[in-house]
Design a protein around this ligand. Structure first.
Ligand code: DGL
Length: 272
């Protein structure tokens, strides 16, 4: 069903399991200053990363339906886990443009690597799905992908422990085997991880290029909006409405401060 041009002033709907997707919101605001954004963090059910495909798909459908009720003109899945497990179902199910974060991250990694050895870190579900590995090989069949599931990182980010010593030690444990294997590029395959960029950069050192899909995702969203005649023009907008499925406002503010984004309105809405 084609969307009407007059929907261009409607917001872009963005979602994640928690606050991690705000890293994508920061990139969207930078690249698309004219767009209003409504963000849903499914804080009642975070983390998604250890759940099954059926559950993550059901959650993603429920959140997308909520975003549609909020008049979203397109959906950005600012969650690697949901992009890896639910993107095809959502695309088939909903009559509006939907974009995930895996393809932009994979593309950026292939562009960045010099020695063809790419590391990917993500949730257990993302890594097990092989979505990054398959997408990277599709872009460049000759590279070598090493991947590692890092299930402890999302809870640390949701607790706001971005620079804590315990976070550093856990990161070292996860990253050292890949560094020993000679990766020159590391994909942050979870939208929570850019909040740990400072610690990660310190551990991987200057030789390894860090790739986060947010910037590339924002550029892909820009083309998708243009292609569907949905881009909003006129005065720049700073509207960012955040809807949480349960209370976790403190962490939301800590993340927003770290990413230098301003939230205009916060609502809590139970999914019941
Ligand atoms: N931030 C999400 C991702 O990119 C989800 C993390 C989780 O809920 O486990 O995968």
């Amino acid at each position: 069903m084609p969307l009407q041009d007059d929907t261009s002033h409607h917001p872009i709907g963005v979602f994640d399991s928690g606050i991690g997707g705000l890293t994508v919101v920061a990139a969207l605001q930078k690249h698309l200053p004219h767009e209003n954004i409504i963000y849903i963090g499914d804080t009642a059910r975070v983390p998604y990363g250890g759940k099954s495909q059926a559950t993550v798909t059901r959650y993603s459908q429920e959140i997308t339906t909520l975003l549609l009720a909020e008049k979203a003109k397109m959906i950005v899945i600012a969650c690697n886990t949901a992009s890896a497990l639910a993107l095809p179902t959502l695309t088939n199910f909903y009559p509006l443009p939907i974009h995930g974060v895996i393809e932009p991250g994979a593309f950026a990694a292939v562009k960045a690597t010099r020695n063809g050895r790419i590391g990917v870190i993500g949730t257990r579900a993302t890594i097990t799905s092989q979505a990054y590995q398959e997408t990277i090989y599709r872009f460049s069949p000759n590279v070598h992908v090493l991947s590692s599931a890092c299930p402890l990182l999302v809870p640390l980010v949701e607790e706001g422990l971005f620079e804590d010593d315990i976070t550093r030690r856990i990161l070292e444990r996860y990253l050292e085997p890949m560094l020993l294997e000679g990766i020159d590029t590391l994909v942050l395959g979870c939208t929570h991880y850019p909040l740990l960029k400072k610690l990660i950069t310190h551990i991987i050192g200057p030789y390894v290029t860090l790739v986060d899909s947010a910037e590339n995702c924002a550029m892909a969203v820009e083309s998708l909006l243009a292609k569907n005649h949905l881009a909003r023009h006129g005065t720049p907008s700073t509207d960012l409405e955040v809807l949480l499925t349960d209370t976790s406002e403190d962490f939301l503010h800590i993340a927003a401060r770290a990413l230098q984004i301003k939230i205009t309105k916060i609502r809590i809405s139970s999914l019941e």
